[in-house]
Design a protein around this ligand. Structure first.
Ligand code: ATP
Length: 235
């Protein structure tokens, strides 16, 4: 579904991605783990066209997307939930969700999808008329994920969904990630510093260090890998 082939991405003269290749098949949950500053967010921003790669290729469903503008990439079926849950604080929960469906015009299905979101996150249903900015951090993360889902993406990109949230909320969010993948067949690319959780939910994983992929394997194998254990699992 997504093929990232040897991309190099820069901020000015600084090379943040030094030849990254990643492949994601339809229906998979893939995680990208690594330390602060390794280049995980830059990888997501390269896919979305926000910080396009200077060389290499990215193909989505066979189409080259590395030269496309972000809005065109979204319209092909890729939605991103950026780090730091950037929701619209002055819009209500329902209005935030409507914004996610901005590019769609199938009214009937939009209504059905909103009902599905409210089933996934009953707390958002309770707070549907409340403005986004008044929600707790965990609820805002739920809203950010839900807003991205309202676009009906084929590929959902999640940047550090666990960041700064209480363990119980994180557990809930990861259960939903698994559920959406199973029930909606949404393919998921999950960037996480919480390697333990991410590898437990993912099918396969990539380890990134200093702008390069250093290990790629099945999630189960990465959980048992001695180097990964020492560097990322605190074991
Ligand atoms: P984190 O978990 O802290 O977000 P990360 O793995 O996502 O880390 P990136 O944010 O992709 O890492 O950063 C990769 C490298 O690019 C780092 O060296 C970082 O300092 C640099 N970088 C990121 N954003 C910018 C920017 N806007 N301008 C210049 N350098 C940047």
């Amino acid at each position: 579904m997504l093929k990232i082939d040897n991309i190099k991405t820069y901020y000015g003269n600084i090379m943040a991605l030094k030849g990254v290749s990643i492949e994601i098949s339809e229906g998979e949950i893939i995680t990208l783990i690594g330390a602060n500053g390794a280049g995980k967010s830059t990888t997501l921003m390269s896919i979305c066209g926000i910080v396009p790669p200077r060389s290499g290729e990215i193909r989505f469903m066979g189409k080259a997307i590395h030269t496309m503008k972000p809005d065109r990439i979204v319209s092909l079926g890729i939605s991103q939930v950026p780090e730091g849950r950037r929701i619209f604080p002055y819009l209500t929960v329902t209005e935030n969700l409507d914004m996610g469906a901005f590019l769609r015009n199938d009214r009937e299905n939009i209504k059905r999808d909103m009902d599905y979101i409210f089933e996934l996150f009953p707390i958002l249903a309770e707070r549907r008329h409340q403005s986004g900015g008044t929600l707790s951090g965990g609820e805002q993360q739920m809203l950010a994920i839900s807003r991205a889902l309202m676009a009906k993406p084929r590929l959902l990109l999640l940047d550090e969904p666990s960041l700064g949230l209480a363990p119980l909320i994180v557990k809930q969010i990861f259960e939903i990630i698994r559920k959406v993948n199973e029930e909606q067949r949404t393919t998921i690319f999950l960037v996480e510093q919480n390697a333990n959780l991410a590898l437990k939910v993912a099918h396969r994983g990539y380890v990134m260090e200093n702008g390069r992929i250093t290990i790629a394997d099945k999630a189960q194998s990465l959980l048992a890998n001695e180097d990964v254990k020492k560097a990322y699992l605190g074991l």
